[in-house]
Design a protein around this ligand. Structure first.
Ligand code: HEC
Length: 103
C-alpha cells in the first residue's frame, strides 16, 4: 500500500515537472543569443526600431497555439531576406522564439 502511494505521488510530481519545464523560458540565454545575432540592432523589447518590438510581436501572437512554431520557422528560414539565427541549435532557436512571445 505504502509503495503504491509513493509511486503515485512520484508520477504526479514527474507530470508536474514535465508540464512546467516545457513552458519555461531561459530568458538570459535568449537575450544573449539575440545580442550575439545582432537582432537587437533592429529589435528592442519595448520600442519599435527598424523591426517591430518583441512586445508587439508577443501581443500580435497572443493566444495563438502555433505562434512559437511559426517564429521558429521564421528564424530558421529567414523569409523576405530577414536575418536567420546562425549561432544557435534548434533548442536555442525554440527558446528564443518562446522568449520573444513571453515579452
Ligand atoms: C536589419 C534589421 C533586422 C535584423 C538584424 C533582425 N530583424 Fe527581425 N525583423 C525586421 C523587420 C523589418 C521585420 C518585419 C518585416 C518582416 O517580417 O520581415 C522583422 C520581423 C521579425 C519577426 C517576425 C515578427 C512577426 O510579426 O511575425 C521576428 C520573430 C523577428 N524579426 C526576430 C528577429 C530575430 C530573433 C533576429 C536576430 C536573429 C532579427 N529579427 C534580426 C528587422 C530585422
Amino acid at each position: 500500500m505504502k509503495l503504491k502511494y509513493a509511486l503515485a505521488a512520484a508520477s504526479i510530481l514527474a507530470l508536474g515537472f514535465a508540464g512546467t519545464s516545457s513552458a519555461e523560458v531561459d530568458a538570459k540565454a535568449a537575450q544573449a543569443l539575440a545580442k550575439a545575432e545582432r537582432c537587437t540592432k533592429c529589435h528592442d523589447v519595448e520600442k519599435d526600431k527598424k523591426g517591430p518590438s518583441f512586445k508587439s510581436m508577443a501581443a500580435k501572437y497572443k493566444g495563438k497555439a502555433d505562434a512559437e512554431a511559426g517564429l521558429v520557422k521564421f528564424l530558421s528560414t529567414g523569409p523576405n531576406d530577414h536575418a536567420v539565427v546562425s549561432k544557435g541549435d534548434a533548442a536555442a532557436i525554440k527558446n528564443l522564439a518562446a522568449w520573444i512571445l513571453s515579452n
